[in-house]
Design a protein around this ligand. Structure first.
Ligand SMILES: Nc1nc2c(ncn2[C@@H]2O[C@H](COP(=O)(O)OP(=O)(O)O)[C@@H](O)[C@H]2O)c(=O)[nH]1
Ligand SMILES: [Mg+2]
Length: 410
C-alpha cells in the first residue's frame, strides 16, 4: 500500500492531487486540522492534513489531467466514495452482507496500527466530508462544459440566492433558446434572454396591489420585519396623498412599546386607533371605526415557522367585510426561513407579500423564489426607515434588472 500525506487549505484542494498522484482508486484514510508556520506560536496557519492511500498493484494514475475536468473529477470521487462505502459496509458486515468475496483492488487493507472499526468510522466521516465538498463544488461549478456567459449567469443567480431548482429551470430555458442561435453566446445576449424569461415567469405574480375593494387590511409577519413602520408609511400615503379616512387597529399587545409605536403614528397622522387583546375585542374595534374607509390592522410578530402561531394570528384576521392579509417579510431574512413562513401562510389563503429592508441587502432572490414557488404576489417594497417615503409599489422589470445585475464582462 502506498500512503501519502497532503497538507492543504481545505479538503477539496487535496482531491485533484490525490487523484493525479495515487490514481482514481485512492482512498482517504484520515484528515485532521493542523497548524503550521507562524512566529513564536503566533500567526500559525490553519491547514488540513489529508492521508490518502492506494493499494500497491492498483492501476496507475491517468495521464496529466486536463484543465477543465471538474465534471470528470466529480465522477471519479463519486466512484471512490461508492467504493469506500461498499468497503465500509462489507468490513463491518452490519449494513449489508458481503456479496462478492473477492477483494477489489481499489480498497486498502487495514493498517495494522488502527483497529478496523476506527478506520470504518473515519471512512464514513470522510465520506460525509467528501459528499459535502462535492455538493459545494457542484454548486459553484455546475456548468463546466458550458460557455462562460452561462456560467456567469449561474453564479450570479446562486449569489442572489435564487433557489437551485429555479436556476436549473432558467439555465435549461436559456440553453433551449440558444440551441437555435449558438452565435448568441456573449453575456449581453445571455442576460437579455434571461431577463425576458424571468419577466415572463414573474408576470402572473407582478402588477398586483392590495385589493382596492378590501376595507380591512391585515399585516402579518415575523418579529421586527417592519410591519408597524410599513403600516405608518401606507396609512400616511393613503391619508395625505389620497385623503382617505384611515383607521388603525393593533393586536400587538405583547409589547407595550409596540402599542405606543403605532399610537405615535396614529397621533401624527391624526387617525383613530383601537387596541384589541383577543378576537373577542374585534367587533367593538370595528364598531368604533365604522366611519373609516380603510382600516389597517397591525399584528404581533411571532415565530411563524411554527404553524400554531400562524393559526393563532389567523383567528384574529376574521371579518365579515372585504378584507385582505399581507405577509410582511424582510429581505435581510434567510431565504429558507422566509419560505417556511410563506408556506404556512399560503395554507391560510394569504397571497400578497410585502418586502422590507431592500436598502439593507444586495441579495434579492427571495422575492423571485416566493413568487414562483408559492405564487405570492409582491405588492410593495420598502427600502428604508423614513415614514412615509421609503416604500413603493413592486416593479417587476426593475426588480429583474436588480436581480440579474449588469451582464458579466466578456
Ligand atoms: N433599513 C430599513 N429598516 C426598516 C424598514 N422597515 C422597517 N425598518 C426598521 O425595522 C425596525 C423594526 O420595524 P417595526 O416596524 O417595528 O417592525 P415590526 O416588529 O414588524 O412591527 C425599525 O427599526 C424600523 O425602522 C426598511 O424598509 N428598511
Ligand atoms: Mg410592530
Amino acid at each position: 500500500m502506498r500512503v501519502k500525506r497532503y497538507v492543504v487549505n481545505a479538503l477539496p484542494e487535496a482531491l485533484p492531487m490525490i487523484r493525479s498522484e495515487l490514481g482514481k482508486d485512492a482512498v482517504i484514510l484520515n484528515t485532521k486540522e493542523v497548524r503550521i508556520g507562524g512566529f513564536m506560536g503566533m500567526f500559525r496557519k490553519k491547514k488540513m492534513e489529508v492521508i490518502a492511500a492506494i493499494e500497491s498493484g492498483a492501476p496507475a494514475p491517468a495521464a496529466a489531467s486536463q484543465p477543465r475536468q471538474a465534471a470528470a473529477d466529480v465522477q471519479r470521487v463519486v466512484h471512490a466514495i461508492q467504493e469506500s462505502k461498499r468497503q465500509a459496509a462489507t468490513a463491518t458486515a452490519v449494513l449489508e452482507p458481503p456479496v462478492v468475496q473477492t477483494p477489489t483492488p481499489s480498497i486498502p487493507t487495514a493498517p495494522v496500527s488502527q483497529p478496523l472499526n476506527r478506520i470504518n468510522d473515519d471512512l464514513l466521516e470522510e465520506i460525509r466530508h467528501i459528499k459535502l465538498s462535492l455538493k459545494q463544488l457542484s454548486m459553484h461549478r455546475p456548468e463546466v462544459d458550458k460557455p462562460l456567459a452561462i456560467q456567469a449567469l449561474y453564479s450570479r443567480l446562486v449569489q442572489q440566492e435564487v433557489e437551485a431548482e429555479l436556476i436549473d429551470r432558467l439555465i435549461d430555458a436559456v440553453n433551449e433558446k440558444l440551441a437555435g442561435n449558438p452565435e448568441l453566446l456573449n453575456p449581453q445576449d445571455i442576460w437579455s434572454i434571461a431577463r425576458g424569461l424571468l419577466n415572463e415567469w414573474l408576470a402572473p405574480q407582478a402588477n398586483h396591489t392590495i385589493n382596492h375593494s378590501a376595507r380591512i387590511v391585515h399585516f402579518v409577519g415575523p418579529t421586527g420585519v417592519g410591519k408597524t413602520t410599513t403600516i405608518a408609511k401606507l396609512a400616511a400615503g393613503q391619508s395625505i396623498k389620497f385623503g382617505r379616512q384611515i383607521g388603525l387597529i393593533t393586536s400587538d399587545t405583547y409589547r407595550i412599546a409596540a402599542v405606543d409605536q403605532l399610537r405615535t403614528y396614529a397621533n401624527i397622522l391624526n387617525v383613530p386607533m383601537e387596541v384589541v387583546f383577543s378576537p373577542m375585542d374585534l367587533p367593538k374595534a370595528y364598531k368604533q371605526l365604522e366611519d373609516r374607509e380603510l382600516i389597517y390592522m397591525d399584528t404581533a410578530g411571532r415565530n411563524f415557522r411554527n404553524e400554531l402561531h400562524v393559526s393563532e394570528v389567523n383567528s384574529l384576521l376574521q371579518s365579515n367585510e372585504q378584507s385582505e392579509t399581507v405577509l410582511v417579510l424582510s429581505l435581510t431574512g434567510k431565504t429558507k426561513d422566509m419560505m417556511a413562513v410563506a408556506d404556512n401562510f399560503v395554507k391560510y389563503g394569504v397571497s400578497k407579500v410585502l418586502f422590507t429592508k431592500l436598502d439593507e441587502t444586495s441579495v434579492y432572490g427571495a422575492i423571485f423564489n416566493l413568487a414562483l414557488l408559492y405564487e405570492l404576489k409582491p405588492v410593495f417594497i420598502a427600502s428604508g426607515q423614513t415614514v412615509p417615503d421609503d416604500i413603493s409599489p413592486f416593479d417587476a422589470e426593475r426588480y429583474i434588472d436588480a436581480l440579474l445585475g449588469a451582464p458579466a464582462d466578456e
